[in-house]
Design a binder for this molecule. Sequence first.
Ligand code: HEM
Length: 417
Amino acid sequence: MSLWLQRFVSALNAVSGLGAAFIGARGGFKARLQQVLAAPAGVRHAMAVVRFAKPRLPLKQNLIACYQAERSLLLTRASDFHAVIERQAEFEVVYAPRMRMLTGGRDFFLGMQDGADYRRDTDAMRSIVKADDLRPVLAMARAEAAAALAGSEVDLPPALSARIPALMVQQYFGVEMETEQLIADATTMFWFLFSDLQADPKVTAAAMAAKDRVNAAIDASKATAGRETLLGRAVATGGSAFDADGIRANIIGIVIGAIPTLSKAACLAVDELLTRPKELAAVRALAQAGDEDAVAAYIWEALRFSPANPLIYRRTPRATHIGDTEVEAGTMVLASNLSAMFDEAVVPQATKFLPGRPWNVYALWGEGLHLCWGDRINKTILPAMLMPLLAKPGLRALAAPDGGGSPFPKHYRLGWR
Ligand code: HEM
């Protein structure tokens, strides 16, 4: 089948999926549309239609209102997604203004373009990581995951998916703070930085209170943080990356990055697997056999269908091109990793759930210069956190994931036999 035909068939199936979801939704036209597009399948279907009909879709509004731009451009093809991330000098990260509001002035490296400051901080952060650091973290994750499932139901975020990353922040990063407050504050700051698409003043106010608490906890933890922690090693290393401001910026950055992301990804992976009885049964058997690598393959494939972030955004400082499409200066470029992972041009049988795909199909946590700093942590912790749960017979949702108005699940109750 030609690529055009493959894209056409995908788009046709997507339209029918969107139609069925629309009919099954409740309320008026707008409410139904919102429900359809809030579901991972709805976003996937919409992307398939755009990828076929207008793969580079210009939009008059800046859809990321929390960062200044004149307009948006949605890119849905894999080649365009990778090009935007690779050509980082032409497609810049935008997060610096909000990063600085959280640190009290200093930028964190995800908000920086490549250059001396970016290299200083990322080299310094790399220098305080040791090869076997994840061994105790993994042991903690396995023990906590097993303990959380002692009964016949679990509320996933507080008991497991946010709790384990928060314990990692306390025990490995070295930031001492009450667990529930740490989870809430890291989540609020993440929301403020990356997902506050409407620039809601309430989110800003909550993030300002959160950063005060977390910065105070980082400062206070410095005196006692041991050499087994990143904070302790940063204090001992010193230098311009790790002066008082540098420590605060670099540590708060990884605290924010670690908790809501791992928790949301865990909830999404489980939620996706629960919609697929055949795959759920298969992953249960693998989990019961203790095959963590094979379970991991199911988790990555589930996240392909329902990734924690469906797109990465960048802004053009100058006019440029993507392929033969002109991109004006000041355009917020929405490069969809979700769509890239379904692009018929590069992903065979893209709409099929096929665990064990080559890793380069997956764009689950960025790539290139700003590839997630937690890459190794994610690959290690997510399967360990979820394997005991996925082993449970009769696993089912007792209630839908609930973010209480935020894009991050605070509660997700699951039960088993
Ligand atoms: C499944 C969980 C995670 C997801 C989905 C995720 C997602 C991402 C994404 C999409 C990016 C790139 C952003 C961009 O290019 O604009 C990124 C970067 C980053 N992430 Fe993660 N992340 C996860 C876990 C973590 C963890 C556990 C940590 C900390 C230990 C972390 C810390 C960071 C940092 C510091 C960066 C910036 C890297 C740089 O600029 O060089 N993330 N993450």
